[in-house]
Design a protein around this ligand. Structure first.
Ligand code: DP6
Length: 326
């Protein structure tokens, strides 16, 4: 049999309506629905090769071993192996062209690329919704990186999967990322969510409001209503960070430069620039704007002390196999 290998790329996605909290931690089912945009420019490349001579999976990211992620990678491959009725272990080589584990959604692009590459390597041909569901079990946000443009993940009585909501070409927004630190975060999303669920007095209120935010953002995207999307996205982001802060002990993912960026983005908006912010479980600030404002926003954020880099993205494509990659 020809070798069981394939490579894929996937882009990180940034949630506009945030996922924070699980209703079923064992199967990694989210407690709230979410909506995201998939980015261009940043990507994870993942190459998977199943080998009958291997005695366990072998995983490297950027040429380095990472024992903790390796466990999650193997669990994900187990699901795919089971679906294919195969038992070979695999070599997995992954690299990111952006900082890993620093709030730039590397687990989202990482697991999306992994499932797409493994699916092709084992000639499984699973439909995207199945791949999205499998990716979600490894990392909730990864489900959304299967698709490009605007993506939604509603709650589902069976098992959550993501769906495309609006193509990138139909509403080609830009995303400007202010990098304010590149080290890995202290508390990862999975652990942070678990702590929040257990200790935050605000968690119930967060759950109750989530469906309405999801519906509002969904309509705003389908109507291409930037102002409404800005309002609901900033609100969802700030509520999630309120929830993080109300966790015991409080999760503070912001640094001084992050806060300065948030204020700067609000000032730009006052001056007539169409832009809004969002942040995840890390200190980077993501500004979303129509492409015409991208340069103004990038210059404004780049001039803030503590901003070490400014990355400019458009909306990107979904995870895909890369043919002939080595
Ligand atoms: C803040 O998908 O990283 O980025 O499912 O535990 O792997 P796990 O969490 P993860 O959480 C992402 C949280 C977030 C918001 C979002 O992307 O919706």
């Amino acid at each position: 049999m020809s070798s069981l290998q394939a490579a894929a790329v996937a882009h990180p996605n940034i949630a506009l309506v945030k996922y924070w909290g699980k209703r079923d931690a064992t199967n990694n089912r989210p407690a709230v629905p979410s909506i995201s945009v998939t980015l261009s420019s940043l990507y994870t490349y993942s190459r998977v090769r199943f080998d009958p001579n291997l005695e366990s999976d072998s995983f490297a990211i950027g040429g380095h071993r990472d024992a903790q992620t390796a466990i999650r990678v193997s669990a994900c491959l187990d699901t795919i192996r089971a679906r294919a009725g195969r038992d070979e272990f695999a070599y997995v080589e992954t690299r990111n062209n952006f900082p890993t584990g620093a709030g730039l959604a590397s687990s989202a692009s990482g697991f999306a690329a992994l499932v797409v590459a493994a699916n092709r390597a084992l000639r499984l041909d699973l439909p995207p919704a199945d791949l999205s569901r499998i990716a979600r079990r490894s990392s909730g946000s990864a489900a959304r990186s299967l698709y490009g443009g605007f993506v939604e993940m509603p709650l589902d009585n069976e098992e959550e999967t993501a769906y495309p909501l609006l193509d990138a070409e139909q509403w080609p927004l830009a995303i400007v990322i202010a990098v304010t630190a590149t080290g890995a975060k202290d508390v990862g999303s999975t652990e942070g969510m678990e702590r929040t669920t257990r200790t935050s007095d605000y968690y119930q209120a967060w759950l109750e409001a989530a469906t309405a935010d999801f519906a509002t953002a969904r309509d705003a995207i389908l109507n291409q209503d930037f102002r409404e999307l800005a309002r609901v996205s900033e609100r969802s982001c700030l509520k999630m960070h309120g929830l993080m802060l109300s966790t015991d002990p409080g999760l503070i993912y912001w640094n001084e430069a992050s806060v300065a960026c948030l204020h700067r983005i609000r000032m730009l908006r006052k001056d007539g620039v169409e832009v809004f912010f969002t942040m995840d479980a890390g200190p980077q600030v993501k500004a979303v704007c129509p492409p015409a404002y991208r340069q103004i926003v990038a210059e404004a954020l780049g001039s803030i002390p503590g901003v070490t880099d400014v990355l400019q993205c458009r909306l990107g494509a979904g995870a895909r196999v890369v043919e002939g990659a080595s």
